[in-house]
Design a protein around this ligand. Structure first.
Ligand SMILES: Nc1ncnc2c1ncn2[C@@H]1O[C@H](COP(=O)(O)OP(=O)(O)OP(=O)(O)O)[C@@H](O)[C@H]1O
Length: 648
């Protein structure tokens, strides 16, 4: 088989070549074989509909019960009036085609004409009112689903985000799932209305001759089959392509974002990025064309069969008139009823199809709920969750006992048999080469991940049996890489402790200690300045200024200096003065809380009570500065190297 990129001119391939074979370009086999999509026959789908409808109604009921009753009730009433109008039309034609003199026929038809007019007007008014209820219901349902979505997305353990399958599920849910669930509620109302209409037309046909109803039903099958198969094809294709869409989204963000604007220009990345994007688009378009091709054949087959079947129905009607099974006077009424019945049947088919299609996408929301709940329930701290939340005092001693840790999906452990004792009031420095496991150890201490083996104890209590939320109240972090929250300067500090009343003095105090206050005061609106250019009046900070904000935030979270303060390269972007100011502030914590300091600048860690040197996830040395210098090992050589470069 020719690989798809064979169709891209050679020069263009070269432009974007090296990663042209990304796995995301292949349709994911996992999704291709999604069980429910594979076996989704019309009957299976029709059987699923009642439970789907019940779920959708329950959802709407939870969002607003009165609006649900109104939307359903008014639509049902409108459906009944539609039927009344239909029967009225059949009656009018029956009267007009009777054997009576013309005037008598017209007079006899008049009551039915009035009935048709009244029913049509009533149906219009009810339709508008039902639309009003349905439209009000939609945002309410959407709000409740989104609230649940964000509840779970913020609750799942950190490890879930390391799984590409989970990220696919989230993407599918966000892209189409949430909207599908909202639409499913509307579909259900349409479905109920459709069933009522078809049932009512069915009654009219049965009165004329039951065979007509059977024929009408048989004639509707081909178009129903075509609609369902098209929906299924679209669904399978969209699921199989979710990884590639995520990849495209990444390139879109890289090409059109404030955060990458500098690098894209300085490194002239535009053509390369566009090339990569083009490759994705080519694969995506090819996949689109494949679905369109299959859908077109399906629709063509469905329409042809449907047309032939309809011809058969009318031929059967003629035969029935010819054999006297349907009286001639009722023939016109039968034609009208067949036409209306056909229309009602097609509308119902569309409603079933739309409901089915949306239900397939809505599965993504259930899948997201399932995957998230599973992550929440199987997280290592689950035993502790839900138990009585006894407040946990700030730690006097933290013991890391033979801890090893492997990231989800990784082959090699990032920490290997790490043991460490940390006492209240101590500053412990973690040093080592890039990738040696310093941040990973800090993440475990912050409760973001649980050890794969070994224990972390907090005054003797195994943290595996403590709700992480409890001990995180005592942990604050000054991060190496911080997200630039597009919020006000004061809020950026305050989010360190959202549950506290925003005490302005405490915010200012933390900003002073973190070296951010003077810088904030120079901004146009001081603490009220928006730190983003996303919105009008916002401003942009430098890397070092953001790091000062991060320090202020971390210190604000730990106002009485009794908790665990994790500083991961807190001064990497700071100027010499700001760095000295920050280290002085950290020194002041000595003898109070616990400070974990990760830094490559060894001059800043020499005063630490304990320096731990990591290498490939193992502790290779530990002790204070003098002890480690005396040993003359890795720390001593790193320190001497840095000192020599300063001294020239
Ligand atoms: N989320 C993750 N999933 C898989 N592997 C990871 C993840 N985060 C880090 N790693 C790996 O774990 C190892 C240790 O990383 P860690 O961030 O702890 O190093 P570090 O010592 O803090 O490095 P640096 O000095 O560069 O900050 C590295 O090999 C890294 O590739």
């Amino acid at each position: 088989m020719r690989r798809w990129w064979a169709f891209i001119p050679k020069q263009r391939r070269a432009e974007a070549a090296p990663e042209a074979d990304l796995p995301e370009l292949e349709d994911s086999a996992w999704y291709m074989h999604a069980a429910e999509a594979e076996s989704a026959s019309f009957w299976r789908m029709a059987r699923k509909l009642p439970s789907l409808a019940a779920e959708a109604i329950a959802l709407a009921w939870r969002a607003d019960r009165w609006l649900t009753v109104l939307a359903l009730g008014l639509n049902l009433a409108a459906g009944v009036l539609t039927t009344t109008a239909l029967l009225g039309v059949a009656d009018v034609t029956a009267q007009l085609f009777s054997a009576e003199p013309t005037t008598d026929r017209i007079l006899a038809a008049l009551p039915a004409v009035f009935l048709v007019a009244a029913a049509t007007a009533g149906r219009t008014v009810l339709g508008v009112a039902a639309g009003w209820a349905q439209q009000r219901l939609t945002p309410l349902v959407q709000n409740s689903i989104e609230a649940r979505f964000f509840e779970l997305s913020t609750q799942v353990p950190r490890a879930a985000w390391d799984e590409d399958a989970y990220q696919d599920i989230i993407e599918q849910c966000r892209q189409r799932g949430v909207r599908a669930v909202v639409e499913l509620v509307g579909d259900t109302v349409d479905l109920v209305t459709g069933v009522v209409t078809v049932a009512a037309v069915g009654v009219a046909l049965v009165v004329l001759n039951p065979v007509l109803l059977v024929l009408l039903f048989l004639a509707a099958i081909p178009s129903g089959w075509a609609a369902v198969r098209s929906a299924r094809l679209q669904y399978i294709a969209s699921r199989s392509r979710v990884s590639r869409r995520r990849r495209m989204w990444v390139y879109e963000m890289l090409m059109a974002s404030e955060y990458t604007a500098d690098e894209v220009r300085v490194m002239e990345l535009g053509p390369w990025l566009r090339g990569q994007y083009r490759i994705m688009v080519a694969a995506e378009t090819e996949a689109d064309f494949a679905v369109i091709r299959q859908q077109t054949w399906t629709r063509l087959a469905g329409s042809t069969a449907s047309g032939i079947a309809l011809g058969g129905v009318y031929a059967a009607l003629l035969a029935m008139i010819g054999t006297g099974m349907v009286p001639l006077a009722a023939a016109a009424a039968a034609v009208v009823a067949l036409q209306s019945g056909g229309q009602a049947m097609r509308t119902l088919m569309v409603a079933i199809n739309t409901a089915y299609e949306d239900s397939l996408y809505a599965e993504a929301v259930k899948e997201f709920e399932r995957a998230s709940s599973e992550h929440i329930e199987t997280q290592p701290h689950r035993l502790a969750l839900g138990t009585a939340a006894e407040p946990l005092p700030s730690p006097g001693r933290i013991s890391v006992e033979d801890v090893s840790f492997t990231y989800p999906g990784a082959d090699d452990p990032s920490l290997r048999h790490v043991s460490l004792e940390i006492e209240r009031g101590q500053t412990v420095a973690l040093v080592g080469e890039n990738g040696s496991g310093k941040t990973t150890l800090a993440k475990l201490l912050a409760g973001l991940y649980a050890p794969s083996s070994g224990r972390i104890r907090w005054d003797g209590r195994d943290l595996a049996a403590v709700d992480p939320a409890l001990w995180r109240t005592h942990v604050s972090v000054i991060g190496q890489v911080i997200y630039h929250w597009p919020l006000g300067a004061g809020t950026n500090v305050r989010i360190g402790r959202t549950e506290a009343d925003p005490d302005q003095d405490a915010i200012v105090q933390a900003a002073r200690t973190g070296g951010a206050h003077d810088m904030i005061m120079k901004l146009e609106h001081g603490y009220g300045t928006l730190l983003s250019k996303m919105f009008k009046g916002g401003t942009m900070l430098s890397g070092g200024q953001w790091q000062r904000i991060s320090a202020a935030r971390g210190l604000f979270r730990d106002p009485d200096a009794k908790g665990v303060l994790i500083c991961d390269e807190p001064s990497a972007a700071l100027d010499a003065l700001a760095e000295a100011h920050l280290f002085a502030a950290l020194q002041e914590r000595a003898g109070q809380g616990i400070t974990i300091l990760i830094s490559h600048r060894l001059s800043g860690v020499r005063s630490a009570d304990l320096i731990v040197v990591l290498d490939e996830g193992r502790i290779i040395e530990s002790g204070n500065h003098d002890e480690l210098m005396a040993v003359g090992g890795r720390y001593a050589s790193m320190f001497d190297l840095q000192a020599a470069s300063y001294l020239g």
